[in-house]
Unconditional design. Structure first.
Length: 275
């Protein structure tokens, strides 16, 4: 059905007023069952899809694009009068997913959100529910990556540390690491993008790189490197503690031997304890 006066196209069928003149936007398109494109340049496809604002787009089942230049796709998606917003709903529930703010992307994907960065699907990131398993074989994760790193459902970021991903191993001297750590400036500070009352504690990446030469550059600190420095330093301190403990035990044995010899000498001389 072509509406020349409004340059609008309609195809399919309606059971109500969806295609009445008041619900037909200029240069709009509506194709499907009970679809409505009531704003200028609006487009609606599918079943009960509604494009109600200028340049809005709705496609799928029971979707509503009610914000200017907004997009509603899938199943029971609603842009909630938020302009420039994108909403996609999967079919995992009959509940409606709605945009919360303007100019936002909102997704309901119960099976996870998968982004691949290679043609053979071997690299990328998966945002998933804890119950599902990612393409990389990781479970109990909220974010998993092809690198092996993941954010657990408990809120813990786990670095990839599989021995099979590593090579060029070199032994280190924990005492040397501790000596370098001793000279590393550690201060409190704030990021420039944060409020001044938000404080952090630690070294700068430039000082850390100068001290240890770890990581890809001097503009960031890898958590695995910071952890490695801390663990090596703990090993050095533990070694010193064990050495000092052995020396103390030896001194205690020496003192006990001297006390025993003194008592025997006093007994031989017939001296009595005056205490």
């Amino acid at each position: 059905m072509w509406y020349p006066r409004k340059g609008a196209l309609r195809a399919g069928g309606v059971s109500g007023t969806q295609w009445d003149a008041a619900n037909i936007g200029d240069y709009s398109v509506a194709i499907g069952q009970d679809v409505r494109a009531s704003a200028s340049y609006a487009t609606a496809f599918g079943l009960r899809a509604t494009a109600a604002q200028v340049s809005s787009f709705a496609a799928g089942e029971d979707n509503t694009a009610s914000g200017a230049s907004s997009v509603a796709l899938g199943y029971h998606a609603h842009t909630n009068a938020r302009s420039g917003s994108f909403v996609f709903g999967d079919r995992s529930t009959t509940d409606t997913i709605r945009a919360g703010v303007n100019h936002s992307a909102n997704w309901r994907v119960a099976g996870g959100f998968r982004i691949f960065t290679s043609s053979n699907l071997s690299t990328g990131v998966t945002i998933q529910s804890g119950a599902s398993v990612s393409n990389w074989g990781q479970s109990s994760a909220v974010i998993s990556t092809s690198t092996g790193a993941l954010l657990t459902t408990g809120g813990i970021w786990q670095n990839a540390s599989d021995v099979n991903r590593k090579h060029l191993f070199e032994d280190i001297r924990p005492d040397d690491v501790l000596a370098r750590l001793r000279t590393l400036p550690i201060r409190t500070w704030s990021y420039k993008v944060e409020d001044d009352d938000v404080r952090h504690l630690g070294p700068t990446s430039q000082d850390f790189y100068a001290a240890f030469g770890l990581g890809t550059d001097e503009l960031s600190i890898g958590t695995v490197d910071a952890d490695g420095v801390a663990l090596a330093s703990i090993q050095a301190l533990d070694s010193r503690t064990l050495s000092q403990e052995e020396r103390l035990l030896a001194l205690e044995r020496e003192i006990a031997e001297l006390q025993s010899r003194l008592r025997r000498l006093e007994e031989a001389l017939g001296l009595e304890d005056t205490d």
